[in-house]
Write a protein that binds this ligand. Sequence first.
Ligand code: TYD
Length: 132
Amino acid sequence: MEEPRIIQLPKISDPRGNLSVIEELKDIPFKIERTYWIYDVPGGEKRGGHAYKENQEFIVALSGSFDVILDDGKVKQTFSLNRSYNGLYVPKGMWREMENFSTNSLALVLSSTKYDADDYIRDYDVFLKLVK
Ligand code: TYD
């Protein structure tokens, strides 16, 4: 199984402003089927609280900062995202939560599958049974 990890993206530094880029199957290990973003998160709110059976994700803090907590059913890891040239690869089958959003933070999420409500596991006990 693939491991979650921070992937450093190409950064083209320029006095006119920096530029970063993501190419599917090159900078990230999947083809992009969907893109969404999370913004205007009120202070103290959490997002996520589910796992996907198949969907893989790549999450970038385009602006501001937030934490992503990944749990494989045995070990919980917290990844702090606060640079627009770093992203977190989230393999399928991990319980994932997002919290500590800074004011005006913007989370870009690239997904390997189209939206499918049936791909979600929203009950933590069901998740634990599935990963055992
Ligand atoms: P959800 O994935 O539960 O958000 P989060 O994990 O950040 O709490 O999605 C919230 C709502 O948005 C839910 O009703 C499903 C809907 N949604 C879509 O319609 N399409 C999508 O691609 C996503 C990610 C969510």
